[in-house]
Design a protein around this ligand. Structure first.
Ligand code: NAD
Length: 295
């Protein structure tokens, strides 16, 4: 089993590192936050004094950090301290441009690299059922795959450097838009005197069918496990959806893609967050949609 350094032990990274320990790997972990280091120790990881100390002698390094600036700052510190030929995986959700810069840095030091953002949330991180969307060359992917399989159940090689991040923001742009569409349909149904269950029964087996409706239904009742049945507790918080839609808009601007619905969705979630709902599940956007009618 490999020696794996894990940097960034928050809501996602903490349970992911714990799953690597459970799989029999020797995990050397580091986080700026003492509470996260403490939890990782309780989960069986060895705690390093710094990020650089964690990666010394590691065959694989995983980073799970908030945003591109944190990833570039940590990679700039740790990549020069890594063994040549070792692998570094970033599973944070970050902008495509920073991901490509991070790959280029690794290449300069003869270190293999993969961008591997995830979907599946904190539940998937705990249950080791995450989906990993990977970008990087074949060789790096073949070394990464067995490690990622200990933390997830679906591992997809999407293409070269940054392709994992590109897949993640495109997928989440569909999700953000489709949740608003489903919310609008339920609000219109309410105004027309059509019951939630009747709309669900028709749309879930018709051409309106989508994940936002059938797995994450934004009204209580039709899908008992959706956050709407639990006062819209996340799940996937509005602040994280807003982050991903903002990354999608930045990428659209940089690449010259026209994404008018993605842009409008970003503005709608922004308004919902500004009104104090950043910690509410993103399916709670239906409350904002209802509010827009003013009645
Ligand atoms: P989090 O804020 O809970 O954890 C981030 C951790 O990084 C924190 O513990 C923080 O102390 C640590 N950190 C920050 N800078 C550091 C540094 N320089 N050195 C060491 N540690 C540092 O965030 P999270 O929810 O675990 O999310 C991590 C990433 O995964 C984000 O990019 C997020 O967008 C993405 N993501 C999150 C979810 C989710 O449901 N939470 C789902 C999919 C993807």
């Amino acid at each position: 089993m490999a020696i794996i350094a894990f940097i960034g032990l928050g809501n996602m990274g903490g349970p992911m590192a714990a799953n690597l320990v459970k799989a029999g790997h020797q995990v050397v972990a580091y986080d700026l936050a003492e509470a996260s280091r403490h939890q990782a120790k309780a989960d069986g990881a060895t705690i390093a004094e710094s990020a650089v100390a964690a990666v010394k002698g590691a065959e694989v390094v995983v980073t799970m950090l908030p945003a591109g600036k944190h990833v570039l700052s940590v990679w700039n510190e740790v990549v020069p301290a890594m063994t040549g030929g070792a692998l570094i995986i970033d599973s944070s959700t970050i902008d495509v441009d920073s991901a490509r810069q991070a790959h280029a840095l690794a290449g300069q030091y003869g270190v293999l690299s993969i961008d591997a953002p995830v979907s599946g949330g904190t539940g998937g991180a705990k249950a080791a059922t995450l989906t990993f969307m990977c970008g990087g060359d074949e060789r790096a992917f073949s070394v990464a795959r067995p490690v990622l399989e200990k933390m997830g159940k679906k591992i997809v090689h999407c293409g070269g450097a940054g392709a994992g991040q590109a897949a993640k923001i495109c997928n989440n742009m569909i999700l953000g838009i489709s949740m608003i569409a489903v919310g609008e349909a339920f609000v219109l149904a309410e105004k027309l005197g059509l019951s939630h269950q009747a709309l669900f029964d028709v749309a879930s087996t018709s051409s309106g069918q989508c994940w936002s409706l059938t797995t994450y239904c934004p009204v209580p009742g039709p899908v008992p496990t959706s956050p709407a049945n639990n006062d819209y507790k996340p799940g996937f918080a509005t602040a994280l959806m807003l982050k991903d839609l903002t990354l999608a808009q930045d990428a659209a601007t940089a690449s010259g893609a026209a994404t008018p619905l993605g842009q409008h969705a970003q503005q709608i979630y922004q308004a919902f967050e500004t009104a104090g709902n950043g910690g509410v599940d993103f399916s709670g956007i239906i409350k904002h949609v209802r509010g827009l009618t003013g009645k």
